[in-house]
Design a binder for this molecule. Structure first.
Ligand code: ADP
Length: 243
């Protein structure tokens, strides 16, 4: 469904992605692991043009783009087919949970307000926030705020949801509720690319694991390939440190 080839991205002289390939099929849960600074977030942000890669190709269903030459229409098309869940939730502080979810539907996708509210309520129900429609972010826990972030992603019915370390800003006791929602989405067949340090989630929910280091994919495979039979020394070292 989504394919990225030979992606390069530098910030100034610092080459952060050094030729990365990624392939995502419908229903996949791709988990990207790797040490801090290895380029995981940048890769995710390049997929939906939150960052523009310096070179590389991106195919998304019938679209096939040379990334640096992508037109603004093509970029906006890719953005509409993807949704991003941010580490720090990125909610509007002055909007309720419901309004945070309807905003993208009404503004970017021109859905009528009444229909947007109905879709948003359904999305909030799905992440276990039925009683919180009218709560503002400051009235919600971090876990609940991130679940609003996930509801906002589901509501636009994207082809793929990109999760950028969705639990890393949370207190340990709140991580489980967010991972449980993500697991449920995966079980429902949602296509997801997830940058995370949550190894249990990666093992149990991931269909394909990618280990990145220093701007390249060092090793990839099934959870069993990576966690039980890693081949590369760098993968083994990383797993020893983190587990
Ligand atoms: P990871 O997600 O694996 O921790 P990142 O993709 O966030 O890695 O970052 C990879 C490298 O790129 C880091 O050295 C980081 O400092 C650098 N970097 C990321 N974003 C920017 C930016 N907007 N400007 C300059 N450097 C950046």
């Amino acid at each position: 469904m989504l394919k990225i080839e030979n992606l390069h991205k530098s910030f100034g002289k610092h080459e952060v992605l050094k030729g990365v390939d990624l392939s995502v099929e419908t229903g996949n849960v791709i988990v990207i692991l790797g040490p801090s600074g290895s380029g995981k977030t940048t890769l995710l942000r390049c997929i939906n043009f939150l960052e523009k890669a310096d070179s590389g190709r991106l195919s998304f269903k019938e679209l096939d783009l040379d990334i640096p030459r992508a037109s603004s229409n093509e970029i906006s098309d890719i953005r509409k087919r993807t949704a991003f869940v941010f580490q720090n939730y990125n909610l509007f502080r002055n909007k309720t949970a419901l309004e945070n979810v309807t905003e993208g539907l009404i503004v970017a996708r021109r859905v009528k307000k009444s229909l947007a509210s109905e879709i948003a309520r359904r999305a909030l129900d799905k992440v276990g926030l039925s009683g919180k429609y009218d709560f503002y972010p400051h009235q919600l826990s971090g876990g609940q705020q991130q679940r609003v972030g996930i509801a906002r992603a589901i509501a636009v019915n994207p082809d793929v949801i990109l999760f950028d370390e969705p639990t890393s800003a949370l207190d340990p006791e709140l991580i489980g509720e967010v991972l449980a929602v993500m697991k449920k989405l995966a079980e429902d067949g949602t296509t997801m690319v997830v940058v995370t340090h949550e190894m249990t989630f990666a093992r149990e929910v991931g269909t394909h694991i990618i280990f990145m280091d220093d701007g390249t994919i060092v090793e990839e495979g099934t959870p069993d390939d990576i966690f039980v039979h890693p081949k590369e020394e760098r993968t083994k070292q990383f797993l020893r440190r983190i587990t």
